[in-house]
Design a protein around this ligand. Structure first.
Ligand SMILES: *Cc1c(COP(=O)(O)O)cnc(C)c1O
Length: 424
């Protein structure tokens, strides 16, 4: 029997607890698991038998979440980890090596720009940033040392949707995986694997958990990529730390997932804890209900803002005025998410006054919460950048980012109306 999305978001990966019959997935708050005997322990350590050894690698509560996210994304397997940024490193880790590069979209979450342009250099990796709407530039940027193409489905801070099918085709021709950060869309609005993505990553901190309680990340593998094309020795060649085991040959379409647990989590230790998995499992149960409401609210609020005198421009792919209307219909037909930016005619000063005058919106460095959130990037997250860099990142001094929650839309509009009046 195949179930629909609303059924799978409640049930996938979970079954009544075999020991107690508990209907909700228990929080297995344990570090270690008792081996049946010495042979059982040896088989687990040799990866000849799948089971639980130690919670840095696997935990039953986290396993349910992994199966649920993999199912919702239509992937072969998934690995959860401690944060979205952890998921990005964990996704690149089996692919990269000193001297290797990732070709990445310029339209990214601010923290990802920093991680890719600065921090990964410490591993000898590098990123080449390109405008992913310029497909010739994407092709030109890929060289013999490129090991992945990276983009966001609906790019933070909003207003942009990636042409996943076109990018997947380029990656495929180059023999490299397309990695898609699907955080802003969630698998309810966009299923990147159906558009050719190899790996889908998430900051589960955002909509999947949905209420701003815990940080987490996930990497979903489509199970469709040929890791034995000569570019990915970590997955195709003998692994000395497992007596010469070859992950792709041994685990087939689950090679990436097994490697991420057996080597990635074992040695990098970016593990999700069972409490976090529990909160995220609770959140996912209502994902489709919340996303429909987030999108409906965002469309209503964005349309209202577009007509407001103090507003110069609303940048949101969910508006009829967006240049990405056709792409939304193809990539995320149920909606373009609920994060967007507004540019104010009054400039930097008006933005700061707006943020300080809003009462229902919370001024925080987060998004994808049930609550509506606001941030003025130029005075906070993008403060270190030059004005030119701020503009390139979609965070010009007169731009405010909104993450629309699931409150009554009329209350959100009323709050914006009183705050815009004060902002001048
Ligand atoms: C928040 C976010 C991240 C980073 O995730 P954390 O859980 O904060 O580490 C990465 N990508 C996108 C699109 C995000 O919104």
């Amino acid at each position: 029997m195949t179930y629909g999305f609303d059924t799978l978001q409640v049930h996938a990966g979970a079954r009544p607890d075999p020991a107690t019959g508990a209907r909700q997935t228990p929080i297995y708050q344990t570090t270690a698991y008792v081996f049946r005997d010495a042979d059982h322990a040896a088989a687990l350590f040799n990866l000849q038998e799948v089971g639980f050894i130690y919670s840095r690698l696997t935990n039953p509560t986290v396993s349910v979440l992994q199966e649920r996210i993999a199912t919702l994304e239509g992937g072969a397997g998934a690995v959860c980890c401690s944060s979205g940024h952890g998921a990005q490193i964990m996704a690149l880790f089996p692919l990269m090596g000193p001297g290797k590069n990732v070709v990445s979209s310029t339209r990214l979450y601010g923290g990802t720009v920093t991680q890719f342009s600065q921090t990964i250099k410490r591993f000898g990796w590098s990123a080449k940033f390109v405008d992913t709407d310029d497909l010739d530039a994407v092709k030109a940027a890929i060289d013999d040392d490129t090991r992945a193409l990276f983009c966001e489905s609906i790019a933070n801070p909003g207003g942009y949707v990636s042409d996943l099918d076109a990018l997947a085709k380029i990656a495929d021709e180059a023999g490299i995986p397309l990695i898609v950060d699907n955080t802003s869309a969630t698998p309810y609005l966009c299923r990147p694997i159906e558009h050719g993505a190899t790996l889908v990553i998430h900051s589960t901190t955002k909509y999947l958990t949905g209420n701003g309680t815990v940080t987490g990340g996930a990497i979903v593998d489509s199970g469709k990529f040929n890791w034995s094309n000569g570019k990915f020795p970590s997955l195709s060649d003998a692994e000395p730390a497992y007596h010469g085991l070859k992950f792709h040959e041994t685990f087939g379409h689950l090679a990436f997932t097994f490697h991420s647990i057996a080597v990635g989590l074992r040695d990098l230790g970016m593990t999700m804890n069972p409490q976090a998995a529990h909160y995220t499992l609770l959140g996912i149960e209502t994902l489709s209900l919340r996303m429909d409401k987030h999108v409906a609210n965002a469309v209503k609020v964005a349309n209202w803002l577009e007509d407001h005198d103090a507003v110069e421009k609303v940048t949101y792919a969910g508006l009829k005025s967006s240049p990405y209307v056709d792409r939304v219909a193809k990539i995320c037909p149920k909606g373009a998410g609920a994060i967007f930016t507004i540019a104010l005619k009054g400039g930097y000063g008006s933005c700061v006054k707006l943020v300080d005058s809003l009462e229902l919106f919370s001024h925080v460095a987060n998004l994808g919460d049930a609550r509506s959130l606001v941030i003025h990037s130029a005075s906070t997250t993008h403060r270190q950048l030059s004005e030119e860099q701020q503009i390139a990142a979609g965070a010009a001094p007169n731009v405010v980012r909104l993450s629309i929650g699931i409150e009554d839309p009329d209350d959100l509009i009323a709050d914006l109306e009183q705050a815009l009046a004060k902002a001048g």
